[in-house]
Ligand binder design. Structure first.
Ligand code: IVH
Length: 663
């Protein structure tokens, strides 16, 4: 098989496995074998840039960084739907339609996915464009981001129309949001509140590789085009499924509005069992000719309507407000409620978010409050029943001091939350720090629960994480729930953690904004803790992906004498503060060369190109001067830079020419 055929074969094979995994939910290959195919494809494509194809499955990992999104006109306006809230509303909708037409017709009932709408264009079976709704007539071109969403096929199969537009909803599953939030909490960032806003925010990220990390999903529900296979909306969706598009199986063809109403009732009950959120049902006239005949009002189609579920609300008494202190010192107010049943579970606590939220709603202890489980996973207090407020109720004054250590709280401009700054002695912060240090993604020390950490802290057996390494059997055996075997296992796990690589240790130190990924980047760049500790802000922010917020946080952490001492102690114990990361020079083809990178590129990110330069002994410099050896010129290279290179007689190499130079 020649190279071109092998590349085509690998692309088809990978597309088929992606389809089986992400759309049919029936994996046909092991992760290991899949990765093998993908890395073979990536390597062949790298070596043969002539066969580049933007819709190759290798492009799903993202890489390009955009400056902004271009605004593009929709081929068909992208309208929203009128809302109804009751069975009577649906009957009215039906009566109106039946009056407008003499012929009998069917409805299609679909779920209303709670995400952000997207319009995809396929030409000759390939995804060519993805636009957000925008103002309905023009939307943002988010094609590069959409290419990273695995349930959106980049290439179709079967007998698809040459040109068509398909619309759908991009959303996050509930578990997807939990996964993103775990990572954010690890990095000391505020968790996102709901799936819809997070999906929409993810689609607007400028760095496509960041989008690729978000577990976004997509269902498609509306096909538009001149040569669609059928005049039935339902049938078209069934065809689209065969072309590889992700169409939900929870669609029903109904002949009467009563059946539609039954569908809404059924799903109102069943929706809590879905892995994603739906906020209603969409009802559409099935016959496309009839749809066209009925047409649109100024805002909505006459042939479709949405039925919105009521967010179940209950009222209950607010017994008191407590304040939680997180690992980073962030304070979260929590409403402690008289237990009440809501959407299938008993709710005792609800989030109050922050001080602004409490004063906006004027929430007071003793109030009767309404609680709702909306898009948010944690129930929230949505309003206060002012009519039943006690005459003598007291306005809530937000706490000024830490509920645990009594230090004065502070709130920086731009922060929604108040913080306790006593990170060194405040117990919940300390417990949080230990929990973080021993967690799987950090030192992976199993067998130490929160209660045990608290006991050890109270007994003064541990003060900071370095003390874990001096614990012995005598310290641990007398503690509750610590039998000989569990003590031995724990001590073994502590001992084993001394070998955990530097990036995990750095992450485990719990420096604000230093999550797993940032820790990896820092270790790769600085190699050992001493270099990192002695770097100033300018040096830190020179590193890709390290901004001034992270740099400030690192500098502040490393300027605390207690933290410096902690690092010294951990070094003496023998923990890994040096990286064994091997970035040996691949060649000296670019030795002594000063190379400028300008613009954006097709095959590599700017960071990758910089890495390639360094791997071959060159130096990446930022500005063009007479000492520059050559410029790697990408798309959107600024005209003044271009002119300057020409004036100084410095060669401009395309990305391909540069890569060819190294082969
Ligand atoms: S049909 C003209 N079908 O709900 C047809 N929309 O409130 C317009 N949505 O803008 C859309 N699930 O973002 C349709 N099965 C579904 C849907 C759906 C969710 C969203 C979509 C739309 C909004 C209207």
């Amino acid at each position: 098989m020649n190279i071109k055929d092998r590349i085509e074969y690998l692309r088809d094979e990978i597309n088929a496995h992606n389809h089986a995994y992400y759309i049919l939910d029936k994996p046909t290959i092991s992760d290991f074998d899949f990765d093998k195919l993908l890395s073979e494809l990536i390597s062949l494509e790298e070596k043969n840039p002539d066969y580049f194809n933007i819709n190759s499955p290798s492009q799903r990992v993202g890489g390009s960084v955009l400056n902004k999104f271009n605004s593009v006109k929709h081929k068909y306006p992208m309208l929203s739907l009128g809302n109804t809230y009751s069975a009577t509303d649906l009957m009215d909708f039906n009566d109106k339609l039946r009056k407008l037409t003499d012929v009998s017709f069917e409805y299609v009932s679909e779920l209303k996915y709670d995400g952000v709408s997207i319009s995809l264009t396929y030409q000759n079976g390939e995804l060519t464009q993805a636009l957000t709704r925008g103002d309905g007539s023009k939307g943002d071109d988010v094609t590069a981001n959409v290419r990273t969403i695995k349930s959106i096929p980049l290439k179709l199969h079967g007998n698809y129309p040459k040109n068509f537009v398909v619309r759908g909803e991009i959303f996050l599953t509930i578990n997807g949001l939990i996964q993103i939030n775990k990572d954010r909490i690890d990095r000391g960032l505020e968790p996102y509140a709901n799936t819809r806003n997070t999906a929409s925010g993810s689609l607007k990220l400028l760095d496509t590789s960041e989008v690729a990390k978000r577990p976004l999903q997509c269902f498609l529900y509306h096909i538009l085009g001149d040569d669609l296979p059928s005049k039935s909306h339902f049938e078209n969706l069934m065809y689209a499924k065969r072309w590889g598009l992700n169409i939900s199986s929870d669609i029903k063809l109904n002949t009467t509005i009563e059946q539609v109403i039954k569908f809404t009732y059924e799903w109102d009950l069943k929706r809590t069992k879905l892995p994603y959120e739906i906020d209603g049902i969409v009802v559409k006239v099935n016959d496309i000719d009839l749809q066209n005949e009925l047409g649109f009002t100024s805002k909505y189609p006459r042939w479709a309507i949405s039925y919105k579920f009521k967010s179940e609300q209950v009222s209950t008494k607010l017994n008191n407000i407590s304040f939680q202190v997180g690992r980073t010192g962030a304070i979260t107010p929590v409403a402690n409620l008289e237990p009440v049943k809501l959407a299938g579970t008993i709710v005792k606590r609800a989030s109050l978010h922050n001080a602004d939220q409490i004063s906006r709603l004027d929430i007071r202890v003793g109030d009767t409050v309404f609680v709702e489980k909306g898009g948010e996973i944690i129930p929230k207090v949505v309003s206060v029943d002012l009519k039943s407020r006690d005459l003598f109720s007291q306005k809530t004054n937000y706490i000024t001091h830490c509920p645990s250590c009594n230090s004065k709280l502070s709130r920086n401009e731009g922060d929604a939350k108040h913080y306790c700054l006593n990170n060194e002695n405040c117990t919940p912060q300390l417990i949080g720090k230990f929990e973080h240090f021993i967690s799987r993604k950090a030192m992976n020390i199993d067998g130490l629960g929160v209660e045990t950490i608290e006991l050890l802290l109270n007994k003064n057996l541990i003060n900071d994480v370095s003390d874990l390494y001096s614990l012995n059997r005598e310290d641990l055996l007398p503690l509750d729930r610590m039998a000989t075997k569990s003590v031995d296992n724990l001590l073994l796990a502590i001992e084993k953690s001394k070998k955990v690589p530097f990036e995990k240790l750095l992450f485990g130190l719990g420096i604000r904004f230093v999550g797993e990924n940032v820790a990896k980047i820092l270790v790769k760049k600085f190699k050992n803790i001493n270099t990192l500790m002695n770097s100033n802000k300018e040096e830190l922010i020179l590193v890709d992906e390290i901004g001034s917020r992270i740099a400030d946080s690192l500098i502040s952490w490393f300027s605390s004498p207690k933290n410096i001492q902690l690092v010294k102690n951990l070094q003496l114990i023998g923990l890994q503060f040096v990286s064994d990361f091997d970035d040996s020079i691949l060649s000296d083809k670019l030795k002594n060369m000063k190379i400028v990178i300008s613009g954006t590129f097709i095959y590599n990110t700017r960071a990758d190109i910089k890495k390639i330069i360094e791997e071959h002994g060159g130096k990446n410099v930022s500005s063009i001067s007479k000492n520059t050896t050559f410029v790697i010129a990408g798309n959107d290279m600024g005209p003044s830079k271009k002119q300057k290179s020409i004036d100084l007689g410095i060669a401009l190499l395309s990305e391909k020419e540069f890569l060819a130079k190294l082969n």
